[in-house]
Ligand binder design. Structure first.
Ligand code: ZN
Ligand code: FE
Length: 241
């Protein structure tokens, strides 16, 4: 039974994601960085949380993990490679390993680049990709710890998922990303259409995500970079844009 994903705005421009398995009704929470709005969102959905999933160790993704664990008594899953600097993990997983959410399975995709131990969670049933700060709509994460080659390989792995995959990213950066994307790819009709859609959504106070991989492959300059060198140049240009 498919997994359904809902963004919960937290902090300044972060999204945590609630993932609901539509079979058993199990609920997972990705990247809990602020307790109060997330507790309220979980209480509004019945008050049971079954699993916490972490994408990477930055405070704006993990800060409320212990508060949520204490409140709901649920296990926490994250990257084995970063277990030493993540909150305490009940499931320390690496590339290809899986967690259960009701009858659904979420698979770890290692996506180093933003941080060394960054991972994404992919639920094939429902085509939900929780990708933290690796892939954003019209952008990608900064290279804090990894190389352009690592980020290129990580983005290529994500880009190979089915086109209908829902990209559930960690930040509402889309409008700022759009300004850069338009500057580097001004004649891309799909990009201009997507920017119009994002402007309408944001003007209405709605999230611009999830987007789909098919849309990102057509519009995101970082996913469209030809090789690691081109990606590195694009990333450096964006850092100073
Ligand atoms: Zn981060
Ligand atoms: Fe972040």
């Amino acid at each position: 039974m498919p997994v359904h994903a809902t963004p919960v705005p937290i902090l300044k421009d972060n999204y945590a994601w609630l993932l609901r398995d539509s079979g058993a009704g199990a609920l997972a929470l990705v990247d809990p960085a602020e307790a109060d709005p997330l507790i309220a969102a979980i209480e509004a959905r019945g008050g049971r949380l079954d699993l916490i999933l972490l994408t990477h160790h930055h405070a704006d993704h993990v800060a409320a993990t212990e508060a949520l664990r204490a409140r709901f008594g649920c296990p926490v899953a994250g990257a084995g490679a970063d277990a030493h600097r993540l909150p305490r993990l009940d499931y320390a997983l690496d590339e290809g390993e899986e967690v259960a959410l009701g009858a659904a399975r979420g698979r770890v995709i290692a996506t180093p680049g933003h941080t060394r131990g960054h991972i994404a969670w992919f639920f094939a049933d429902g085509a939900v990709l929780a990708c933290g700060d690796t892939l954003f709509s019209l952008g990608c994460g900064r290279l804090f710890e990894g190389t352009a080659a690592e980020m290129f390989a990580s983005l290529a792995k994500l880009a190979a998922l089915p086109g209908e995959t829902l990209v559930c990213c960690g930040h509402e950066y889309t409008l700022a990303n759009a300004r850069f994307a338009r500057a580097v790819d001004p004649d891309n009709a799909a990009l201009l259409a997507r920017i119009g859609e994002v402007e309408r959504l944001r003007a209405a106070g709605l999230p611009s995500v999830p987007t789909t991989l098919a849309v990102e492959r057509a519009t995101n300059p970082f996913l469209r970079a030809a090789d690691a060198q081109a990606l590195g140049e694009l990333r450096a240009r964006k850092d100073n844009f």
